[in-house]
Ligand binder design. Sequence first.
Ligand SMILES: [Zn+2]
Length: 248
Amino acid sequence: MLSVTFLGTSAARPTVERNVSAVALVREGETLLFECGEGTQRQMMRYGVSFALSEIFFTHFHADHFLGVIGLIRTLGLQARAEPIMLYGPHGAKKVLTQAIQLGVERIPFQVEIREVKPGEVLGQRAAGNVQRDSYEIHVFKTEHGGGSVGYALREHERRGRFDVEKARAAGIPEGPLWGKLSKGEPIELADGRKLTAESFVGPKRPGRAIVFTGDTRPCASVVDAALGADLLIHEATFGEEERDRGC
Ligand SMILES: [Zn+2]
């Protein structure tokens, strides 16, 4: 299960109905947040995005992309969070995000780690909080928006084949843990003594999905490369064609 929730689609200025930048990606029960514009925590509540997230990814540090982290971190503190949270961003992340985290007089009761990333870097396996990054990677790539902005591509490893529910039912396998075992490719034994292997119930392996996320950027070759073959490309556009000169 993979879902993408657009929490902010109004670029740099909010409207009554739409907020500034933020996208939540939920995959296998894990929530990743990309950007955290002002008011993102309210959008998370509104659209049912879990606060039990462990990682936030920033593409650059224009205020419309990160101001929301100030309030979100406070709310997590008020919720008595104990698990650390990891914030990723390009060069400047340490300075800007440290200032954001320290703004105000509250003490943050959990660890906030800030990691600066570079284009070409691959964020691989990591097991912390609710993150179990063992079946996908996040590739960092260059975008063109000044100040060393980056984009992120979530690339899944090859996935298990699809479990054929109808076939399992027809074979009289009771729904529950046995379905789970078969779908993972493990053999099972039924109460009546029948021994079954997974092959006849699980389809061929499937290619991993790729979700590519850029913040603001001029059209550039690195985004095209990153987005090649992607299932979904999410990018931002602040200025319409009539304001082209302001945008470039
Ligand atoms: Zn920007």
